[in-house]
Design a protein around this ligand. Structure first.
Ligand code: F0G
Length: 444
């Protein structure tokens, strides 16, 4: 396979540093200044953007394992692997883009679409980043990989590490991740440490452990993760015939995805694949919205962590997002915005997405709730084209969904327990096993 002769290197994203390192170095932050690193390329393509677009599409019909992946079929845009036969893949990506009439009506946007990353092999967008992250881990000879997680990263890392025959070690906040995600990590053979602390505690500890012990860190501070997550945007644009939407709306937690999306758009635009850059809208849950607060602050120079983040969207219950400086740059590049939404808004938006026959986990539903709010605030015009990224599958968190439909959804906040009002409950009806009673009840 011709990989071209593009050179890849690590570069510090702090503009006044910009130090460069070979990709063989196992750095998760810049040794010179502590800034976040990214993988940079001196892109040299053997062909034009149009020829590459045709090649990306054609690969969907090929049997080559790497080309059956919706990440690696775009490999010219993430060329850090010298040999595609060595990638660790579960045939991730190639996820659908849906129209959704009820959701469109709900937020007042005829031009709304959902890109459903929950249709990935382990049910979340993390798979796009883990195929590249675990491939990089294998290239660097890692014996064990590790992450902190609110659930999805651990599920995905465990699966890809199992495929690669590498031991995985995950740190999750005890009792604060959904059963679906915990079950996945256990089943795929990860060693699971339930930490008596928050996600932010787990993140801090695992970052330190990685530097001290040689564990290979697979959180999104690992720049190779973000290379895979770029393809969410690349594939979305392909599905839209390379006509960029006006807006891309995504949830914000640890802010890796926002960082990856901005990088994808920067590269696609500078390489001539697109002639216009969509605006990014990052949506946070109100009880865990440090990036929103930063964005609304006059100087935007310091993120103040939320010490007790509170949201039922457990995937994004994060008070101190690691990638905020990169994510902020993504917003500057795209004229992006950050908004926050309430628990009620998340819960109802999720139910609407379900009624479109699509469904998603709570964190993903912030996108529709955010789009609705931005339409009413006239930030998004009604005739805009908007793609909301659904990051995780409905089945990731069945407990939330059942509580919603049983009107038992409640949130623990630092101030105490609070019931979440719901407007679209579809409550199960319990009946005796008696046909006559059933006929009477159903008026049959
Ligand atoms: N949506 C889902 C379903 C997630 O699992 C996450 C993050 C996000 C959105 C936020 O993405 O961190 O890139 O801003 N989950 C991580 C985890 C933190 O550990 O699974 P982000």
């Amino acid at each position: 396979m011709n990989m071209g002769d593009t050179a890849a290197f690590l570069r510090c994203t702090e503009t006044d540093c910009s130090s460069q390192y070979p990709i063989s170095e196992r750095y998760y932050s810049c040794p010179a200044c502590g800034g976040l690193l990214e993988v940079e390329y001196d892109f040299r393509f053997p062909s034009t953007p149009d020829a590459l677009k045709a090649a990306f599409r054609g690969r969907k019909l090929e049997d080559e394992p790497a080309y059956r992946s919706g990440v690696w079929r775009f490999h010219e845009l993430l060329p850090f692997v010298p040999d595609l036969s060595r990638v660790v893949t579960l045939f991730e990506g190639n996820t659908p883009i849906y129209d959704a009439p009820l959701s469109s009506d709900y937020c007042g946007l005829p031009g709304l679409r959902f890109k459903h990353q929950g249709m990935n092999p382990t049910g979340s967008f993390k798979d796009n980043g883990m195929t590249t992250g675990v491939t990089a881990a294998r290239m660097s000879g890692a014996a064990a990989v590790a992450c902190a997680s609110t659930g999805n990263t651990s599920a995905s890392m465990a699966a890809y590490a199992a495929r690669a025959g590498i031991q995985s070690l995950v740190f999750v906040p005890a009792g604060r991740i959904s059963h679906g995600k915990l079950a996945q990590a256990l089943e795929y053979g990860a060693r699971v440490i339930e930490l008596e602390g928050s996600f932010d505690d787990a993140m801090r500890i695992v970052r330190e452990l990685a530097v001290e012990s040689g564990l290979y860190l697979l959180n999104s501070v690992n720049p190779f993760r973000l290379e895979g997550q770029k393809t969410i945007v690349i594939e979305m644009l392909e599905q839209l015939g390379w006509t960029p939407p006006d807006w891309i709306v995504l949830p914000g937690g640890n802010l890796g995805n926002c960082s990856a999306f901005g990088k994808a758009l920067r590269e696609l635009s500078s390489l001539g694949f697109i002639d216009r850059v969509p605006r990014l809208a990052v949506i946070q849950a109100r009880g865990a919205a440090p990036f929103y607060t930063l964005f609304k602050s006059p100087k935007r120079d310091r993120l103040v962590p939320v010490t007790q983040p509170a949201t039922l969207a457990s995937a994004i219950r994060i008070g101190s997002p690691v990638s905020w400086p990169k994510a902020l740059r993504s917003l500057e590049l795209t004229n992006g915005v950050v908004e926050q939404v309430s628990e009620n808004e998340i819960a109802d938006a999720k139910a609407v997405i379900g009624r479109d026959g699509i469904g998603c986990e709570p964190a993903s539903a912030v996108t529709l709730a955010g789009a609705k709010q931005m339409v009413s605030n006239r930030i998004i015009a009604r005739d805009s084209t908007v793609v909301c990224v659904l990051t995780g599958n409905l089945l990731k968190d069945p407990g939330y969904t059942i509580d919603y439909h049983s009107r038992k959804l409640k949130l623990d906040t630092p101030e105490g327990e609070r019931m979440i009002l719901v407007t679209r409950a579809n409550t199960p009806e319990r009946l005796p096993a008696d046909k006559a009673a059933i006929r009477r009840h159903l008026k049959l």
